[in-house]
Write a protein that binds this ligand. Sequence first.
Ligand SMILES: C[S@@+](CC[C@H](N)C(=O)[O-])C[C@H]1O[C@@H](n2cnc3c(N)ncnc32)[C@H](O)[C@@H]1O
Length: 418
Amino acid sequence: MPAQYICCTTQHHLGENDAGTLIQGRLADTAQALLARYGQQVQAIYLDPPFNTGKRFDMKVRIGEKGYKTGSPALQLPAYEDQWESREAYLSMMREALTLARGLLKKEGTIFLHIDSRMYAHLRLLMDDVFGESNFLNEIIWSYQSGGRARTYFPRKHDTILFYARSRSYYFNLKGVPIARNESRSNHMRRGVDEDGRSYRAITSGGKEYRYYDDDPAYPGDVWDDISHLQQKDPQRTGYDTQKPVKLLERIIRCSTQEGDLVGDLFCGSGTTAVAAAQLGRRFLCVDQSPLAIAAAGKRLCLPPLETGFSVEAPCGPDDCRVEAEVFPAISSYTVRLTGFESRAAQAAGVSGLDGVDLWSAGFVQGDVYRECVASTRSPAAPHLQTMMEMPVCAGEPCVMIVDIFGNRRFYLPKRRY
Ligand SMILES: C[S@@+](CC[C@H](N)C(=O)[O-])C[C@H]1O[C@@H](n2cnc3c(N)ncnc32)[C@H](O)[C@@H]1O
């Protein structure tokens, strides 16, 4: 007898604190609910939307213990489409996203819109329209070395991040983002040591001497060339195309928020914003339509070094898998076993049995809310999936959650064994 499928739309994942919420859904479908719950509560929003490239983007996933041990074989699964009927259709989606973002922001809040040269001119005007020209703060150039080698024009080596305030009483902390002083940029300056023995470089302009002490911190301007794009072998890489480096988000979050603030990302992909926010003691609200994105983000949050608690809200997937799971009740604990998993989608991809499971956990369900107690997640450091786990007795029915290789999460009541 297989375990019984049930629907849970909210999951609380293990961890000492509750760092934030991941929501799976299209913005058009979630906007009303988001505004009702989080309207005017978010301190900073980072948006890294599709760029209107006309392409499909994928996620490379590792399969089973062997896949995690060797780094192969990987399946390449479609994560999201960046193909639009027309430029107007793309801009209409972006207007909805920006209007939602404005409604979510506190009056002291700010927004960072990450785009490239394709839609820059249109989105600059759209930002002026939604946020007001007078709330424009910066056009940040994120300049990097990676990317194509064009021969018929100059290679395109930067993205643009449009930085706007929600109102004139916005919060911004430049001192929160010190950077290393760039020696090469101050080569033309005169070197000196003052009466206290502090060394400096100086330049005289208009009869006035400007001194830059070596031990004073420097701060970034609006061209950021000190954060590189993720290299192919970067350990941060999740396999999700278009993933951004955590360092970029750290800078954005540090200058625009304080500890405990809520940070939003409405196109969160692999969860880079959630990871940076959790690392910096901020809370996050991250949304994405793709189950693979939410699964990748959740995995980054629950694995070392973060191992933080968080919630996921996602629609229930179809009851189309066969799961064998059982629970053995004792006086103060339960032992839960996962013995079988089959899904048609996994079989069609040539994957069978527990190789189709990327993460499973056991906990308790009350209504449609699931609270995790124990979890086993495949990772390069721990490729083996535990099939038996023990958990304490808590309120609710014992329940098993499975996240498959497609990022789908499903819930089952295991068979009780006495
Ligand atoms: C460029 S990626 C974000 C990458 C992310 N910054 C990261 O570091 O992984 C854009 C994301 O927007 C999501 N997306 C596109 N249209 C959406 C919509 N209408 N509602 C919600 N998410 C959407 C896609 O699924 C994709 O994950």
